[in-house]
Design a protein around this ligand. Structure first.
Ligand code: ZN
Length: 463
């Protein structure tokens, strides 16, 4: 009955998803009444309008978030989605903000991440409302608008708005993510003092703290003779597989530039990449740099080396649920007077952040490295026997026939931003997906399937 009601809403649902995709809601310049930019606000207004037209109670939370809600009861079941998107990039077959349908597939930035699932959730709730299914809890579709750039939307939401008794976010993958590692991102600083005949004047590498650096570059000022010595050290370097280097000498400026190529990987799986910054540290460790720079390079090579598990830093740990701690030195930015770098650490769900931070700070500070900023996202762990997990497993199995395996990941879905929520969908296991890539698209068939799964989950969680 529920499925049939959803099928009856198909045209209206697809049109609403297309309308949302046509709003280029990439984070923009803050304006009065539009803290994440004008287009993000338009996407929020659109979703609130759709929710209101479907007959739900709606609320705009400070133009940062909003919701549509239906039903009665003391508690709420929440479905958490977001309406902001990452920039479109290039290489599109169809217009990135066109919402075009070709051969049963909707094309456009955000259709899968996360406008399709979010607008879809509204129509799942509409079907429940039309059938007047009697439920004990209210169902609330929460619209976030800042997921791609820091989730300030949900930080604002949880300040004043009701928290769910249970819920899910269709912003990752199926079946169910029940464990997400804790994430610590540290910014570190080391000052260079003194002078010397061989001196780093620039050290740059990486694109973001949570990505293994694929390139790194150092510029060293040295005499012609020292430059020859440096070039021979680099030539003799026996780097890891899949790494490479290039040397450029500038006799006029008296500098030699060493560029290292590595392999990028996500910060949660640093062992899959080759860190170009750490390769460069390895090369620099056999050079006769000025004293304070030599100390810094020695610190990095002895405390991290090519490790991705924190052994030498004294923070290696693991648990049965989520596996081993991972460590990624993502970015470095230095000149002749000082250097900053970032560490992205993902620790097991059953461990406390202090168990990582205390020994880490101690090891770094002993080596003269100051920690200037710490960002922390606590781990998420939901008991596999909890009603939320059991219910989602039952619905997933019934609706798809697939095994409702529980997934533990390296951390960081939208579920972390609101309590009692886990990631559930929208991508099926083994499915190729286009999130954050050019040609983001979603088949109408999968969209409809997803709406049906969400509707059944809402009913079961709200019963
Ligand atoms: Zn997303």
């Amino acid at each position: 009955m529920l499925d049939k009601a959803i099928d009856g809403l198909k045209d209206e649902l697809i049109a609403a998803v297309q309308e949302s995709v046509r709003i280029p809601s990439v984070a923009g310049v803050p304006e009065e009444g539009a803290p994440f930019g004008r287009n993000v606000k338009l996407a929020l207004d659109h979703a609130l309008n759709v929710a209101s037209q479907l007959g739900f109670r709606v609320k705009n939370v400070d133009n940062m978030a909003g919701y549509g809600e239906w039903g009665d009861g003391k508690e709420i079941v929440a479905i958490l989605g977001h309406l902001d998107v990452v920039p479109e990039g290039t290489g599109w077959k169809y217009p990135p903000f066109g919402g075009e349908i070709q051969n049963g597939i909707i094309w456009g930035r955000g259709v899968l991440d996360d406008k399709g699932p979010t607008i879809g959730a509204l129509f799942a709730l509409k079907a429940i409302k039309d059938l007047n299914i009697s439920l004990k809890r209210r169902i609330r579709i929460i619209f976030g608008t800042n997921e791609e750039s820091g989730s300030q939307c949900m930080a604002r939401y949880i300040q004043t708005e009701e928290l769910p008794a249970a819920g899910f976010t269709p912003d990752a993958e199926y079946p169910i993510i029940y464990a997400e590692k804790g994430v610590l991102t540290l910014t570190c600083h080391f000052p260079f003092s003194g002078d010397g005949p061989v001196k780093i004047v620039s050290f740059k590498g990486g694109v973001a703290p949570n990505v293994v650096a694929a390139t790194a570059q150092v510029v060293i000022r040295a005499s012609a003779e020292e430059r020859r010595r440096i070039a021979s050290i680099v030539d003799a370097w026996n780097g890891p597989e899949r790494s490479g280097f290039k040397i450029v000498e500038d006799g006029v400026k008296g500098t030699i530039t060493i560029e290292v190529q590595g392999v990028p990987a996500h910060g949660s799986t640093p062992h899959l990449g080759v860190n170009a910054i750490l390769c460069l540290v390895d090369i620099l460790s056999s050079m006769d740099l000025m004293k304070s720079q030599k100390q810094f390079i020695h610190a990095l090579s002895s405390l991290i080396g090519m490790e991705t598990d924190g052994t030498s830093l004294g923070i290696a740990m693991n648990d049965d649920i989520s596996g081993a701690l991972t460590l990624c030195l993502g970015t470095i930015d230095g000149n002749e007077s000082d250097v900053h770098f970032t560490l992205n650490i993902r620790y097991p769900v059953t461990k406390k952040d202090s168990l990582v931070l205390d020994p880490l700070r101690e090891a770094l500070e002993k080596a003269g490295i100051a920690v200037t900023d710490v960002r922390h996202a606590a781990p998420l762990y939901m008991d596999p026997e909890s009603p939320l997990i059991r219910t989602l497993q039952k619905v997933y199995k019934e609706q798809t026939g697939f095994n409702p395996d529980l997934l533990a990941i390296g951390g960081g879905t939208y579920a972390k931003s609101v309590p009692n929520v886990v990631a559930f969908g929208p991508i099926f296991p083994g499915q190729k997906y286009t999130i954050h890539e050019e040609n983001e698209c979603w088949s109408i068939e999968d969209l409809m399937k997803n709406v049906k799964i969400m509707a059944h989950a809402m009913v079961e969680l709200a019963r």
